[in-house]
Design a protein around this ligand. Structure first.
Ligand code: CO
Ligand code: CO
Ligand code: CO
Length: 329
């Protein structure tokens, strides 16, 4: 579902009138934030999906890294989580569910998150994820709506994860590429989040199902700004280019590109494959951070020190019309 379709559906929810709701639905943010007192707020988010890889342990770990990421994107360290599980108990051995939960539990433990409950249903297709809660200061979390003109955009994981996982399903992703994509999906955005909070940034979101362009579009729209990004500055998993040319492009990349295309200007040299790479839906992708220009060097240094997969400047926020994105070569 595109952000525009999503907005159509969410329109039917009752309007939020509680003044303690600091972040609700209006900014397409990663987590909701609710003020409990003058110095305490709660951040809440939920995410779950069907298997993206064959190995149940890896799937569990990826699902948890992905679910926690929406807290990290708000600059909040998650504290507790509730498992959400769908599993076909009659057709698949329970050991598989066991391995999914083992992968998930170990990832939660790595993040310092306590799994305090959950709910399981019988489901023809396995599903796993979690509802996640973190605590923060009501004035200190990072929304995707706070970007300011001139901010530098920094990305913490390379693109191409959706293409590589599609290639895995087609049996054409080389083993090292598959391994690298799985490792990236399992990598917590915790250290990137801690680094950006320490440096102090204006806005953040994680790059997931809507692809880089879709999530950048959401940040731009929420912040009422435009953006320019440069293709050559955007790290992409090297095999993704060839795999995309060989047809390993997930359907989501086409639909993602379709809904942003009216707001995006591509330089003439940027062909279809590159447009699809920039629209590639990421599972457990990196953080996309908007940082004031005078802090950009410090942020990149802090991310490198924290050992994030990448710390790449990919462009910046402009005073263009809200949601207008220009992609240069
Ligand atoms: Co998110
Ligand atoms: Co989410
Ligand atoms: Co229950």
């Amino acid at each position: 579902m595109s952000p525009k379709d999503l907005a159509q559906v969410l329109r039917h929810l009752p309007p939020i009138t509680d003044p303690n709701v600091l972040v609700g639905l209006s900014t397409a943010d990663d987590a909701a934030v609710y003020k409990l007192s003058d110095d305490l707020a709660i951040a809440a988010t939920v995410d779950y999906f069907t298997p993206v890889v064959d190995d149940p342990y890896d799937f569990g770990a990826i699902a948890v890294a992905n679910a926690l990421s929406d807290c990290y994107a708000m600059g909040v360290q998650p504290s507790i989580a509730l498992n959400i599980i769908g599993f076909p108990t009659r057709t698949l051995p329970l050991q598989i569910l066991d391995r999914i939960l083992e992968g998930g539990s170990n990832k939660a433990a790595e993040a310092g998150v306590s799994i305090v409950g959950g709910h399981t249903i019988d489901d023809p297709e396995p599903k796993y994820g979690m509802a996640v809660v973190g605590f923060t200061h009501p004035g200190r979390f990072i929304s995707n709506a706070g970007a300011r003109k001139g901010d530098v955009l920094v990305l913490t994981k390379p693109l191409g994860i959706g293409i590589i996982t599609t290639g895995i399903k087609m049996g054409i992703s080389p083993e090292p590429a598959a391994r690298r994509a799985i490792d990236l999906m399992k990598t917590l955005n915790r250290d990137a989040s801690l680094a950006m909070v320490e440096v102090g940034v204006d806005a953040c979101t994680d790059v997931t199902g809507f692809g880089l362009l879709g999530h950048l579009w959401e940040m731009c729209t929420a912040s009422k700004l435009g953006a320019t990004i440069s293709l050559s500055g955007i790290p992409v998993l090297s095999d993704a280019w060839r795999l995309a040319e060989d047809g390993a492009v997930p359907g989501g990349a086409y639909s993602n590109r379709e809904y942003v295309i009216a707001d995006v200007t591509f330089d003439p040299g940027i062909g279809e494959i590159a447009q699809l790479v920039l629209s590639d839906p990421q599972t457990s992708g990196g953080l996309l951070i908007a940082v004031p220009p005078d802090k950009a060097d410090r942020l990149v240094d802090a991310l490198k020190q924290a050992g994030t997969p990448i710390a790449a400047r990919i462009g910046g926020l402009t005073t263009d019309l809200p949601g207008r994105i220009r992609v240069t070569e």
